[in-house]
Design a protein around this ligand. Structure first.
Ligand code: NAP
Ligand code: G4F
Length: 398
């Protein structure tokens, strides 16, 4: 049975990749970082009790800022494949915390590469590179388009990208960069523009919110579906030779288009609700991203399955479901909010796993409280308390 190690397992992509790898029969080890609040909501539904005869998903504390933890994890687990999805991934925030972004998003990758080299573990490595690295390079952007990073996040990703190439060429590591264009889902973080819009659409439709504040509506992005993209990521590590690939839909739309599609879907006119708040502008913006994924099509046989319109509708549907159940059942709403409508949308059998006993996380050295158990407790107490304020109630800087 193959073993995969994932950093960023608690994020949008990490949750989909874990489901995908479990469905392929892998044992999945996920690196999670210590947090004072729960950060495992996207993976609680697939968590497995390590007391089960052979749990296929295990969580380990570690941090991309902590080389010794990464070394120890790689040495102990000896994974066949490593997927580095962990990052400070918010472009706007990277202008506020540029040094931290370089530390985690840039140097974090080098810490992993060095750990592989030092331990001598035979493994394949995936680096989550980003279309943001292209900056304002002319579109369509392919593997041959030069990078012109226009944010601390993009600069950190460019560094990580070239270090990955460097370790491939210098030390013969099986290391691949996936240059993924924007990919979204009902599990997308709520401060990225797609999810910020679909959540607001749901709340406005239900009479829970009046206005939506946004920044630059002219920016264009090549938006795809995260679940589709995680299959491409896996395919990259199954090839005979390591290489770098662009993953994109080949269609670009503006934030304005996104608004039209999302509000239009529920028969609302976005112009009545959206206001511009310059605080959401970035010091430097990336105007147009449009990917040319022909190499992935030819070499990996990969094509996106979900188009822009269906993606937007899927996200609005999921947010409508979450917001409409919030008042009557906050726990169910939270699940919808984090996972989308799992039962209806998923073709992955592991999504429907139910956890019957109190699970614990696997750790190299310690046993820790289970995120699933904790979430159950949290859901119980939330049910007897007033509804917690959500991001949508407040102005945030992202
Ligand atoms: P995400 O939802 O923001 O998830 C980021 C993950 O990184 C979370 O699990 C987070 O943990 C973890 N993380 C943050 N700081 C860490 C640290 N110091 N040590 C260990 N883990 C840490 O991002 P995503 O959308 O899934 O994206 C996955 C990766 O692809 C990221 O590297 C992102 O930059 C890259 N990417 C994303 C897109 C996109 O459109 N989604 C496009 C191109 C590239 P917590 O849950 O504890 O915060
Ligand atoms: O949703 P966004 O924050 O995504 P962005 O900056 O493109 O970055 C995402 O995609 C990258 C791939 O290209 C990833 F590498 C990265 O990790 C992340 O997942 O913003 C999209 C566009 C931007 O042009 C932004 O200026 O939407 C514009 N926008 C307008 N109003 C807004 C807002 N973005 C956010 N987050 N919030 C707004 O209110």
């Amino acid at each position: 049975m193959k073993k995969a190690l994932i950093t960023g397992i608690t994020g949008q992509d990490g949750s989909y990749l874990t489901e995908f790898l479990l469905s392929k029969g892998y044992i999945v080890y996920g690196v999670i970082r210590r947090s004072s609040s729960f950060n495992t909501g996207r993976i609680d539904h697939i968590y497995q009790d390590p007391h089960d005869p052979s749990p296929r998903m295990r969580l380990i504390y570690g941090d991309l800022n902590d080389a010794s933890s990464l070394n120890k994890i790689i040495r102990t687990v000896e994974p066949d494949e490593i997927y580095n999805l962990g990052a400070q991934s918010h472009v706007r925030v990277s202008f506020d915390v540029p040094e931290y972004t370089a530390e985690i998003t840039g140097l974090g990758t080098v810490r992993l590469l060095e750990a592989i080299r030092e331990t001598g573990v035979q493994t394949r490595f995936y680096q989550a590179s980003s279309s943001e690295m292209y900056g304002n390079s002319p579109s369509p952007q392919s593997e041959h388009t030069p990078f012109q990073p226009r944010s601390p996040y993009a600069a950190a990703k460019v560094y990580a990208h070239w270090m990955t190439v460097n370790y491939r060429e210098g030390y013969g590591l099986f290391a691949c960069n996936g240059i993924l264009f924007n990919h979204e889902s009902p599990r997308r973080g709520e401060t990225f523009v797609s999810r910020k819009i679909t959540k607001a659409v749901a709340r406005i439709k239900l009479g829970q919110q009046e206005r939506l504040f946004l920044g630059n509506l002219d920016a264009k992005r090549d938006w795809g579906y995260a679940r589709d993209y995680m299959e491409a990521v896996w395919l990259m590590l199954q090839q005979d030779e390591p290489d770098d690939y662009v993953i994109a839909t080949g269609e670009t739309n503006s934030v304005r288009d996104f608004l039209g599609e999302a509000f239009g879907y529920v028969d609302l006119d976005w112009q009545k609700y959206v206001e511009i708040d310059p605080r959401y502008y970035r010091p430097t913006e990336v105007d147009v991203l449009l990917g040319d994924a022909s190499k992935a099509r030819q070499k990996l046989g990969w094509r996106p399955k979900v188009k822009f319109r269906d993606l937007v509708r899927m996200m609005v549907d999921a947010d409508l479901q979450a917001e409409s159940t919030r008042a009557s059942d906050p726990a169910v709403a939270r699940n919808h909010e984090l996972l989308g409508n799992l039962q209806a949308k998923s073709s992955c059998p592991v999504e429907r796993n139910t956890i019957s006993s109190k699970p614990k996380m696997w750790s190299a050295s310690t046993e820790m409280h289970s995120p699933t158990w904790s979430s159950i407790l949290r859901a119980k107490s939330a049910a007897s308390e007033p509804i917690a304020p959500t991001q949508a109630n407040f102005s945030t800087i992202t």
